[in-house]
Design a protein around this ligand. Structure first.
Ligand code: F0G
Length: 465
């Protein structure tokens, strides 16, 4: 029997599994799975510039609707009729001159994933996961989330799942309001669990295993197949030039893992000649990757990751009862499930990990906002991280850098309004706990009487007329 074109493969022991198997980890050794391909039998574009130009007649026009499926040739795991979409991936790469100046670069590009239908990059991945769910006949899906995965899952379940039921596991109080409103609005059953994301993630894995529920967190390798396309669109936005650096926030580390896989595959297929370097940015309130890589020397090491280092680190967190704590609630995660895949991505791209403070995150977020690209706090970790790496001399001032803005500003309006408008005393009262004590790039609203003269005065005082 010939090998199938697509299958699942353990990233550590290499065991392979059928493409239709529903697995959250390798059945032999418990490690993460990849979607792997026999590329020699795939219909690939001849050159990089042909990627993304899918023939609209092939899938009934779906590839026109979906910024994921127009790159379907680079993720050939599903029959065309199973492809799920809610119109994701119509995002854009924009030059951002004010941010460049702030960061200390000659130029910088922002990949704005807030434009996805549910307002975050997760829709790219969910297109992959719901496609695989359809292939397996799953009728109930679940995830743990800090809010964006759940919003995206709930939107897909409502829009494309037909009778698909969606169950969300949230750490109670650990979700921004915009995201909670989406889960409820889209009709998903939403469980508020006493605990944080790491607790919710542990429970959803147990429940899914026990009840045969389809898990769509990024341990699901089909999620990452969709998220690879974010990088294809970055390359497309650069007219297929390869950036020197791609900078992204790190939470559960699915995105960075997907980006590493995207570039590794393009390189192995001869479609690109150079690899960009990846920078993955934590908040100092949730710094697991950064600590493990920079302080404990954890490396991919050709798949022989030293598990003892990871276990010792988690043991220390538990002994101190240390919990993730950051204003960037989307990345408030201390036990990232894709840690090993991210280490692999760092190894293959010459990548680095850094942690930035919540103050640095909110300052950087204000600059992204000034470009008209409002993002939620976690997203701005990428901009703050780029600034740190320029200051450290790791990123060259002339480098071509793309920062991924992962989620829309309206996801977490509370944080934005507080930073932009509070006086510093009130800011310290509400956000001092996160180490946010100043809002030097804020933009306070102006209170003025309902009086023509006073309104014109207020405008004049600001030099606007
Ligand atoms: N940015 C945003 C806006 C996110 O929602 C997330 C993750 C990340 C960055 C980090 O990405 O996990 O791939 O490293 N949010 C997940 C969620 C955890 O549940 O919505 P990652």
């Amino acid at each position: 029997m010939s090998t199938p074109i697509a299958y699942q493969k353990c990233i550590v022991c290499g065991a392979t599994f059928d493409i239709h198997a529903v697995l959250a980890s390798c059945e032999r050794c418990g490690n993460l799975l990849d979607v792997a391909y026999d590329w020699s039998r795939a219909a690939l574009p001849a050159k990089i510039a042909d990627c993304g130009r899918a023939d609209a007649t092939v899938d009934g026009g779906l590839c026109r609707v979906s910024g994921v499926w127009r790159f379907g040739a680079l993720a050939p795991f599903a029959p065309v009729e199973c492809r799920a979409t809610i119109g994701e991936g119509h995002t854009q790469l924009r030059p951002a001159p004010r941010v460049a100046e702030y960061v200390g670069l000659k130029k910088i590009y922002l990949q704005y994933e807030g434009l996805n239908p549910s307002g975050s990059f997760k829709d790219n991945g969910m297109a992959g996961a719901f496609t695989h769910a359809a292939m397996t006949g799953a009728t109930t899906v679940a995830c743990a989330s800090t809010g964006n995965t759940s919003a995206s899952m709930a939107a897909f379940a409502a829009a494309v799942g037909g009778k698909t039921r969606a169950i969300i596991f949230i750490g109670d109080g650990k979700i921004a309001y915009g995201k909670l409103s989406q889960a409820l609005d889209y009709g998903a059953t939403t469980l508020l669990i006493k605990g944080d994301f790491d607790d919710a993630m542990a429970r959803v894995r147990e429940v899914c295993a026990a009840q045969k529920i389809y898990l769509v967190n990024s341990v699901n390798p089909f999620r990452l197949e969709g998220q690879k396309t974010i990088m294809y669109r970055v390359l497309e936005g650069l007219n297929w030039q390869i950036p020197d650096w791609v900078v992204c926030p790190g939470g559960n580390l699915g995105n960075s893992s997907a980006f590493g896989k995207a570039f590794s595959e393009l390189y192995e297929l001869g479609l690109i000649k150079k690899m960009p370097r990846l920078a993955v940015i934590n908040s100092t309130g949730a710094p697991t990757l950064t600590n493990l890589v920079n302080e404990r020397g954890l490396r991919w090491n050709d798949g022989k990751v030293d598990d003892a280092i990871i276990e010792r680190y988690y043991g220390e967190l538990d002994a101190k009862n240390e919990r993730a704590h950051t204003v960037a609630s989307a990345i408030e995660i201390n036990r990232p499930v894709n840690l090993k895949k991210c280490l692999r991505a760092l190894a293959r791209t010459g990548g680095v990990a850094r942690a930035v403070s919540d103050q640095q995150i909110m300052d950087a977020k204000a600059w992204a906002g000034r470009e008209g690209l409002g993002c939620e706090p976690a997203s701005a970790a990428s901009v703050a991280g780029a600034k740190m790496l320029v200051e450290q001399g790791v990123i060259d001032r002339d480098a071509t850098v793309a920062c991924v803005l992962t989620g829309h500003q309206l996801k977490d309006p509370h944080a934005t309004v507080a930073y932009q408008s509070y006086d510093e005393e009130k800011l310290r009262e509400s956000y001092g706990d996160y180490g946010i004590t100043t809002n030097r790039f804020g933009n306070k609203p102006v209170a003025v009487a309902n009086d023509l003269g006073q309104i014109i005065d207020a405008i004049r005082q600001r030099g606007l007329v």
